[in-house]
Design a protein around this ligand. Sequence first.
Ligand code: ATP
Ligand code: MG
Length: 230
Amino acid sequence: MAGKETRVATPAVRVSGVSKRFRDGGTHIEALKPTSFTLQRGEFVAVIGPSGSGKSTLLTLLGGLQTPSAGSVEIAGADTSALSGRELVRLRREKIGFVLQAANLVPYLRVREQLELADRVCGRGFDRQRAEALADELNMREKMSAFPGDLSGGERQRAAIMRALYPRPALLLADEPTASLDSARAFSVVEILAQEAHRENVTVVMVTHDERMLPYCDRVLRIEDGVLSE
Ligand SMILES: Nc1ncnc2c1ncn2[C@@H]1O[C@H](COP(=O)(O)OP(=O)(O)OP(=O)(O)O)[C@@H](O)[C@H]1O
Ligand SMILES: [Mg+2]
């Protein structure tokens, strides 16, 4: 019997002393100053701050798209800097969903095929029920057979959100997912992200400029000039 030992859940994300510097000609820019925090499963976290403050940099570090200049990022207990390139790709594929600032859909695939691509890469079958539920929630049912080039900016953004959520990631990183949406659609997208976080236990980190979205979030991380505060 296990008895009454307390099992402390591994945080979804643990950031320890992470910073990021970029070379800019002869000088350096410290886009993110040393910072430490943890994120729990099912938390919906907003990252807010002025343009150029380091929000996207933080997001790419959390997703293992860039390596920190110092410190470590652990995702579900795995230290991303200790992983090989192949292991990192696998971690990203299996655990992380991205909605980047440029929607980056595959231009020659229909919306439905964008979802199927993830299945093919992971060797799974198409989950029609999941796809249809997301299409309904995001009001994309009529657009599942459209190519990205034939979608409006907002529809493209919703397709990218749908594609990121479809494989049920443990961690969803969304960079301004409501930027090109009118306010009604923006609120509904943020509601969907909150729902995914709380119902499916996904850790959602959303960069936003829009203070009106903050009441939906469990936590707000503020960045100014690379300095993160809560
Ligand atoms: N690859 C890079 N090389 C050099 N400098 C970079 C690089 N990426 C970002 N920076 C710089 O780091 C700082 C933070 O950039 P970042 O993209 O994180 O800002 P942001 O908060 O996402 O801004 P925005 O709201 O405009 O998207 C900026 O000064 C930017 O110019
Ligand atoms: Mg940015």
